[in-house]
Design a protein around this ligand. Structure first.
Ligand code: CTP
Ligand code: MG
Length: 546
């Protein structure tokens, strides 16, 4: 619809949002799609280019809002969300609509400050007629950006009929929503507008959990500044008498170039980008990055460049998530379990990261008697000519179209897999062995790190190099205890079902357990003892089955 007759409506007016300091909050979701990763990225990036972010006044009337904005162009889609204040994400049908909106938008005149006149796609919507503020009746429905509170999650999963349903519920409740995904792409697109001042042909793509199908509401937003699309790199030298090339600045290495580009763009984000605060340049890291908060969305952003391998591992996880629905259900549940038990943390340190944990789940699923997912080498062997890719001499080839993969014959339930996951890692030979999803079998550890998970592409790297022995021990102990609890739960199924049961029993924070809330108090045997008890239980079970 195009409400051109509202063109002269002066109920609202727009101004470019120069610097709104909204307190931090945040979360979002996305759904699994059968699209190839590159098609998904291309579609979402293009959509984000046609989208704007608008800070709205209180009690905004949705109908008037829609009518007002529609006179700039056709609105394809919009939604409101709340952080501290209401925001609207509005997708127009074309970028020319945004140009029309910008045309009539004013730069604010401030009394004691000066607005930096950078025209972004983040706007403030003002009500001209203050008298109408109180008359607004149908105020908008705002989505929440945060994950469901933990107590509510426990209540929901305890209401499920089976442990399998419980794992699927964790996944459904925690996964990024469609709106959250849109907002993530929009924030990338807004940051791209800054970088494009220097590199007009650049793009900024999300990677990591925002797009790998394992993102939880509230996860950080990893961004990749892609300069490879800049034309001219692959131009063939003409054969005539002359040829022209750009006179470029030369620096010692690609790393130095990345550092200086990120430094300058980080500076611009700091000085000019509305809503971006707390900029930190972490340029000496193995992978240099600029970290900041995007306050209107509440996202913690990590901007990197020259990070193509991470982009490819994101695509690999995206594929694995699509192979079998049990993959996501198990990964989300194990991530949730690890967070509750302090095995992972939002603060960087010697903890196991979500990425490492995901690799451990994938490896476990490859190790089933009848594997649920293929090894990376098998995915490489199924690759077509278009899937071939080498980055910096590393083989990054794998099949990118999931429909080419045969579904697994494995029929194990999630309940079985959860139980076995804990047992598997409760007695994994971490001392001598390394986890390797490329081969799908453990390998001799090439170095002394307590936990060794081989990077699937840069095979000399350990994904979990940061993890110390204490943190690994914590994981092993928690895995053994959880295996033990599940074994017991299995036997007392009907009696425990009234309160928290099954997976919920494993997700009760340890502070509550020590206070005796929720979970039945049980004498907790030491980790080694649990291991032996589990082994004897398994033996007994096997004998019963035979
Ligand atoms: N990555 C990697 N090697 C590492 C750490 C990260 O290749 N040692 C890549 C992975 O592709 C990962 C991405 O960088 O997905 C982002 O890293 P990070 O934010 O730590 O992990 P996420 O998968 O995004 O998980 P989270 O939700 O915890 O942010
Ligand atoms: Mg991340």
């Amino acid at each position: 619809m195009h409400f051109s007759h509202f063109f002269n409506n002066n109920y609202f007016n727009f101004e470019f949002l120069q610097d709104v300091y909204v307190p931090f909050s945040g979360t979002l979701e996305s759904t699994v799609t059968k699209k190839t990763f590159s098609a998904f990225l291309a579609e979402r990036l293009e959509q984000a280019e046609r989208t704007v972010l608008i800070s709205c006044p209180p009690n905004i009337n949705e109908k008037k809002f829609y009518k007002y904005l529609s006179h700039y162009g056709t609105i394809n889609n919009y939604f409101f969300y709340e952080t501290f204040g209401a925001y609207a994400v509005v997708e127009f049908s074309g970028t020319e609509d945004i140009a029309a909106l910008k045309e009539s938008t004013c730069i604010p005149r401030l009394q004691h400050e000066c607005a930096v006149p950078f025209k972004s796609r983040l706007f403030n919507l003002r009500k001209n007629n203050v008298g109408e503020l109180s008359t607004a009746q149908s105020s908008v429905q705002c989505l929440k950006l945060s994950a469901i509170p933990h107590s509510e999650l426990l209540r929901k999963i305890s209401g499920a009929e089976t442990i399998d349903q419980q794992l699927h519920t964790v996944c459904e409740e925690y996964q990024l929503t469609e709106e959250n995904t849109r907002l993530r792409f929009l924030v990338c697109s807004l940051v791209k507008d800054i970088a494009a001042a220097y590199f007009p042909e650049c793009s900024i793509k999300p990677f990591g959990s925002s797009v790998n199908n394992f993102g939880k509401m509230g996860c950080d937003l990893d961004m990749f500044l892609d300069l490879d699309g800049i034309s001219g790199r692959n131009n063939v030298k003409p054969t005539g008498a002359f040829s022209v090339e750009y006179h470029t600045k030369r620096v010692a290495s690609e790393r130095v170039a990345t550092q200086s580009i990120l430094s300058v763009i980080g500076e611009c984000i700091d000085q000019f980008a509305p809503g971006c605060v707390g900029i930190q340049k972490i340029l000496n890291a193995r992978c240099p990055l600029v970290r900041f908060s995007h306050q209107p969305s509440g996202f913690q952003c990590d901007l990197t460049a020259n990070n193509r391998i991470a982009m490819r591992s994101t695509e690999l996880l995206y594929i694995y998530a699509d192979i079998d629905p049990r993959v996501r259900a198990l990964v989300f549940s194990i991530r949730c379990w690890a967070r509750v038990h302090g095995i992972t943390s939002s603060i960087p340190g010697a903890w196991i990261t979500n990425f490492s944990l995901t690799m451990m789940v994938l490896f476990f699923l490859q190790r089933r008697k009848s594997p649920i997912i293929q090894t990376l080498d098998q995915l490489r062997d199924l690759a077509g000519p278009k899937d071939k890719l080498a980055i910096g001499g590393h083989d990054c080839t794998f099949v990118t179209d999931v429909s080419k993969l045969k579904p697994s014959q494995n029929r194990e339930t999630l309940e079985q897999l959860l139980q076995e996951f804990f047992e598997y890692y409760g007695s994994f030979p971490f001392k001598g062995m390394s986890i390797n999803i490329r081969k799908g079998r453990e390998q001799n550890k090439p170095e002394v790190s307590p936990l060794h998970i081989q990077n699937p592409f840069e095979q000399s790297l350990n994904v979990s190099k940061n993890v110390n022995q204490t943190q690994l021990d914590k994981f092993v102990k928690a895995a053994r205890e959880s295996a033990w609890i599940l074994q017991q739960e299995g036997m007392n199924h009907s009696t425990t079902k009234s309160e928290h049961w099954g997976l919920a029993t494993l997700l009760i924070p340890s502070t509550q357990v020590s206070e005796g809330k929720g979970r039945k108090k049980r004498r907790e045997p030491a980790s080694e003892r649990i291991k032996h008890l589990l082994e004897s239980l398994k033996r007994t079970n096997r004998q019963v089955k035979m």
